[in-house]
Design a protein around this ligand. Structure first.
Ligand SMILES: [Zn+2]
Length: 166
């Protein structure tokens, strides 16, 4: 199995188990490099991928987290709390927000490709928002109202970490 990476081996790379889909999308929005297990992957297959590529496994499976030493065990089943558990250990870097595609973990690039611009909704073109394209799956994103609400939610999650200390 492979998934997109920017090839910087010094940076931490993660792999989330299939129970953590929503958390995984938020982590990617925050710029973490997170691969995602398909639901048909066995524990053995997950461990093989993680150890082969030196990935940190994020898992809700206690037993799996014990079997694979380089793991982050997540207790909560609510994604906000899961993110709190995670970012207490791996402090987010604001400069990396919106650098990865939440769907596939590919890197986002700012684009002004006329072919892409042409397909945008007319309102977006008129507002001349910054437009990004995923270099892996080709999905196009732009800085609209959805972007602002995601940015606000990330801020609320990060700010909430201190308040919810256990
Ligand atoms: Zn993508």
């Amino acid at each position: 199995m492979t998934y997109p990476s920017d090839g910087k081996t010094t940076e931490m790379r993660f792999f989330a188990d299939s129970m953590l889909g929503k958390m995984c999308r938020w982590l990617r929005l925050m710029g973490y490099d997170v691969g995602y297990a398909t639901s048909d992957m066995t524990d053995d297959a997950i461990i093989e991928v993680c150890s082969g590529e030196n990935l940190i496994l994020i898992t809700r499976d206690r037993e799996l987290s014990i079997r694979y030493r380089n793991s982050v065990y997540i207790k909560s089943d609510m994604y906000e709390d899961q993110l709190h558990e995670f970012i207490r250990r791996f402090v987010p870097d604001e400069t990396l927000y919106f650098t990865r595609c939440p769907l596939c973990n590919g890197l986002l690039k700012v684009t002004d490709d006329p072919e892409i611009m042409e397909k945008l909704p007319p309102g977006v073109r008129k507002m001349q928002k910054r437009v990004y394209v995923c270099d892996n799956c080709g999905k196009v994103y732009w800085e609209g109202s959805h972007y602002t609400s995601i940015r606000n939610e990330i801020k609320a999650i990060v700010d909430g970490v201190g308040e919810r200390e256990e």
